[in-house]
Ligand binder design. Structure first.
Ligand code: HEC
Ligand code: HEC
Ligand code: HEC
Ligand code: HEC
Length: 160
């Protein structure tokens, strides 16, 4: 908590600019604290993505995703979500999250790029919501970390 406070005091100016005017700019003194409150987030049980061709081992939402679900599960009483942005506890209709992207996975799935090429997207070695989205705003649609024109984002990790 102390560390976060330190960070918030001394480097936040660019983040204030990034956040301004995005869907995540809730305004007021609570603007940063609404997410950076140091509170333990949702401990619900989620319905995970599944398909017969999935090679990754998915876990319940972890850091880098659980913070998002605090609102995107529709359970935050201070925040009103739209229909398409409210996942409830069903994560089966969006890209899989909370799994380790390592060499062993690349061996199981030859259509993935090597780990070294994708490491900048990973959160502690895992794919999480923050792998693709920039929570403070990015300038791209859907708060995506980079342009997905021509599936550029997808092709950063998938060979096709
Ligand atoms: C909608 C939720 C949300 C809001 C609002 C928000 N943050 Fe964040 N912030 C996050 C999350 C989630 C992370 C972790 C991001 C990651 O791991 O990539 C983070 C990370 C950070 C970091 C660590 C460095 C980084 O960019 O990853 C700083 C510093 C930070 N936030 C400052 C701020 C400040 C200052 C504000 C207000 C102007 C703010 N945040 C508003 C959710 C939020
Ligand atoms: C404090 C609550 C809160 C948190 C925490 C939060 N969001 Fe949101 N998010 C919202 C709201 C509110 C909207 C707008 C909903 C709407 O209009 O339907 C939104 C919209 C979005 C959108 C749609 C953007 C667009 O341009 O339409 C994305 C993508 C998104 N959030 C991703 C994330 C990710 C990823 C995280 C975690 C890193 C996160 N959010 C954390 C409240 C939150
Ligand atoms: C592999 C990349 C990737 C991951 C991981 C990912 N998303 Fe997304 N997300 C996208 C893309 C691309 C879009 C825009 C196109 C679409 O809706 O599929 C999107 C759209 C969204 C939207 C807007 C939906 C709408 O219809 O308005 C929300 C909200 C969102 N994501 C939240 C999340 C949350 C929360 C997580 C983690 C549970 C997450 N995303 C994980 C790539 C990703
Ligand atoms: C950060 C890296 C990364 C990005 C970016 C990414 N993916 Fe993935 N995606 C993966 C990994 C790793 C898997 C797990 C592959 C497996 O289990 O075989 C996966 C799984 C999937 C699956 C499920 C595959 C199955 O067999 O069920 C789909 C569909 C998918 N991704 C589509 C997309 C799309 C569309 C985009 C762009 C919006 C995208 N991915 C972006 C890494 C990524």
């Amino acid at each position: 908590m102390k560390k976060i406070f330190f960070i918030l005091l001394f480097i936040p100016f660019s983040i204030f600019g990034q956040l301004a005017g995005t869907v995540h700019d809730f305004g007021g003194d609570d603007r940063c604290n609404i997410c950076h409150d140091g509170m333990l987030k949702s401990a619900l049980f989620y319905n995970l993505y599944w398909s017969p061709t999935l090679d990754a081992y998915l876990m319940q939402p972890m850091e880098g995703s659980i913070e998002c679900l605090d609102c995107h599960n529709g359970g935050n009483l201070k925040i009103t979500m739209g229909q398409s942005t409210n996942f409830g506890t069903d994560l089966s209709n969006h890209h899989p999250i909370s799994f380790i992207y390592d060499n062993a996975l690349v061996l199981r799935d030859s259509e993935l790029h090597e780990v070294i090429r994708v490491s900048k997207f990973l959160k502690d070695g895992r794919v999480e919501c923050v792998s693709c989205h920039d929570v403070h705003g990015s300038g791209y649609p859907n708060l995506l970390k980079m342009s997905n024109q021509g599936s550029a984002l997808c092709l950063s990790c998938h060979k096709k």
